[in-house]
Ligand binder design. Structure first.
Ligand SMILES: NC(=O)C1=CN([C@@H]2O[C@H](COP(=O)(O)OP(=O)(O)OC[C@H]3O[C@@H](n4cnc5c(N)ncnc54)[C@H](O)[C@@H]3O)[C@@H](O)[C@H]2O)C=CC1
Ligand SMILES: O=C([O-])CC(=O)C(=O)O
Length: 365
C-alpha cells in the first residue's frame, strides 16, 4: 500500500468512524426518547395506506421521534391490515418501534397519544359528504367511549372520516372525559388546497403563501377566505389583483376539490389527505411557525359568533401542544354571510346526526 492510499484509507476509516459515531448517537437518542403511540382507524383503507408510511418516516413528529403504530380496521379487512403491517416491517423504518394490528377499538386505543380517526365509508361520485352520515356517525358514537376509557389521558384526536366536523362533534359528546380541546377534525386539506390554488395563480412557491383561512364545515359550504392572507408578505388580494376570481372560481374550486378528485381518480383524495393529517398533528404538537396560522376544525367556544359546541374550522395558532383561535380579525359583510351559511349547515348536520343515532337506538330496542 502506498503512503497516499494509506492516508486515503485512514481518512476513509475516520469518516466511517465519525459516521458510525453520529449514527450510533442518533440511534441512542431514538432509544432514549419515549415512543409516541399513534392509532390509525380505517388503516386498511386508502388513506391508511398513504398515512402509515408518512408517520413512520417522521412527517408527523420529526425525524428524531420514535413511533409505535396501532392500526385498526374491521374484521373483514383483517388480511389487508396484516399486509400493511408486513409492508411497514419491510420498510425497515428507523423510527418505527412497533406496528400492531387490531379489529377491536378498545384494544387498539390502549395508551395511544394520538388518534387519527379515518375509519368509515367514503362518499361516491354524486354524493355530498353528509350522505354518508348515517353509517359514519354511529361508528363515532360507538368508538368514543372506547377511546376515552383506554387512550392516554391527554390523547389528541383528529377526525378525518366524513362528515368530519359532525363525526368529531358526536365523538366529543360521547367521550366527555377527553378534554374538548383535544378533539379536532381535519380541514387542513382544504387549507392546503387554498394555498395551492393561490400559489398556482400567482406562480409563487406555495411556501410563500400564508394565512388563508377555512371557516366552517369540511363540505361544499366551507368558506375559503383570503382576506387576511399574504403572498411573499403582500396581501393576496393585491398580488392576485382579480377579485372576481378570488370571490368566485377560487372559492368554488376549493369547495369542490374533493369532488373533482373523486371524478378524476374514481376514488377520494388519499395522499393529500394523509399529508394534511401529518401537517395538522405536527403543527398542533410542535407549534405553528411564527407569524403563521393554520385551519383546524375545533369545538367552538363562540368565537366569531359561532354557536358554542359546534365543530367549526377556524384559523388557529399552536404552541406547547395547544391551539388557540386567532381572535380579532376584521370580517366584512360578505364573509359574515358565508360564515353563517356554513355554520347553518353544521347545525343541520348535527340535528340530522342526532336524529340518525336516536332512530338507530330506537330500532335496536
Ligand atoms: N377530512 C378530509 O379532509 C378527508 C376525509 N376523507 C374521508 O376519510 C374517510 C376514509 O377515506 P378512505 O381511506 O378513502 O376510505 P376507504 O374506504 O379506503 O377506507 C376506510 C376504511 O375504514 C374502515 N372502517 C369502516 N368502518 C370501520 C370501523 N367501525 N372501525 C375501523 N375501521 C372501519 C373500512 O374497512 C376501510 O378499510 C372517508 O370517510 C372519506 O370521506 C377523505 C379525504 C379527505
Ligand atoms: O370529498 C370527499 O368525499 C373526500 C374529502 O373529504 C375530500 O377530498 O376533501
Amino acid at each position: 500500500m502506498t503512503v497516499k492510499t494509506q492516508i486515503l484509507s485512514l481518512a476513509g476509516a475516520a469518516l466511517l468512524g465519525a459516521g458510525l459515531v453520529l449514527g450510533s448517537k442518533y440511534l441512542a437518542i431514538l432509544k432514549k426518547r419515549k415512543a409516541i403511540r399513534v392509532m390509525i382507524t380505517g388503516a386498511a383503507g386508502q388513506i391508511g395506506y398513504a398515512l402509515a408510511p408518512q408517520v413512520a418516516t417522521g412527517a408527523m413528529f420529526g425525524s428524531d421521534q420514535p413511533i409505535i403504530l396501532h392500526l385498526l380496521d374491521v374484521e373483514p379487512a383483517k388480511n389487508a391490515l396484516e399486509g400493511l403491517r408486513m409492508e411497514l416491517v419491510d420498510g425497515a423504518y428507523p423510527l418505527l418501534q412497533g406496528v400492531f394490528t387490531f379489529t377491536d377499538v378498545a384494544a387498539a386505543s390502549k395508551d395511544v397519544d394520538v388518534a387519527v380517526m379515518v375509519g368509515g365509508y367514503p362518499r361516491k361520485a354524486g354524493e355530498e359528504r353528509k350522505d354518508v352520515m348515517s353509517k359514519n356517525v354511529s361508528i363515532y358514537k360507538s368508538q368514543a367511549s372506547a377511546l376515552a376509557e383506554n387512550a392516554s389521558k391527554d390523547v389528541k384526536v383528529v377526525v378525518v372520516a366524513n362528515p368530519a366536523n359532525t363525526n368529531a362533534l358526536i365523538l366529543a359528546e360521547n367521550a366527555p372525559s377527553i378534554p374538548r380541546e383535544n378533539i379536532t377534525c381535519l380541514t387542513r386539506l382544504d387549507h392546503n388546497r387554498a394555498l395551492g390554488q393561490i400559489s398556482e395563480r400567482t406562480t409563487t412557491h406555495v411556501s410563500a403563501v400564508k394565512n388563508v383561512i377555512i371557516w366552517g364545515n369540511h363540505s361544499s359550504t366551507q368558506y375559503p377566505d383570503v382576506n387576511h392572507g399574504s403572498v411573499v408578505g403582500k396581501p393576496i388580494r393585491s398580488v392576485v389583483s382579480d377579485d372576481a376570481w378570488l370571490n368566485g372560481e377560487f372559492i368554488t374550486t376549493v369547495q369542490q376539490r374533493g369532488a373533482a378528485i373523486i371524478k378524476a381518480r374514481g376514488l377520494s383524495s388519499a395522499l393529500s389527505a394523509a399529508n394534511a393529517v401529518c401537517n395538522h398533528v405536527r403543527d398542533w404538537v410542535r407549534g405553528t411557525p411564527a407569524g403563521t396560522w393554520v385551519s383546524m376544525g375545533v369545538v367552538s367556544d363562540g368565537s366569531y359568533g359561532v354557536q358554542p359546541g359546534l365543530v367549526y374550522s377556524y384559523p388557529v395558532v399552536c404552541s406547547g401542544g395547544k391551539w388557540r383561535v386567532v381572535q380579532g380579525l376584521p370580517i366584512d359583510d360578505a364573509s359574515k354571510e358565508r360564515m353563517r351559511t356554513t355554520e347553518a349547515e353544521l347545525v343541520e348536520e348535527r340535528d340530522l346526526a342526532l336524529q340518525c343515532l336516536a332512530e338507530k337506538s330506537g330500532a335496536a330496542q
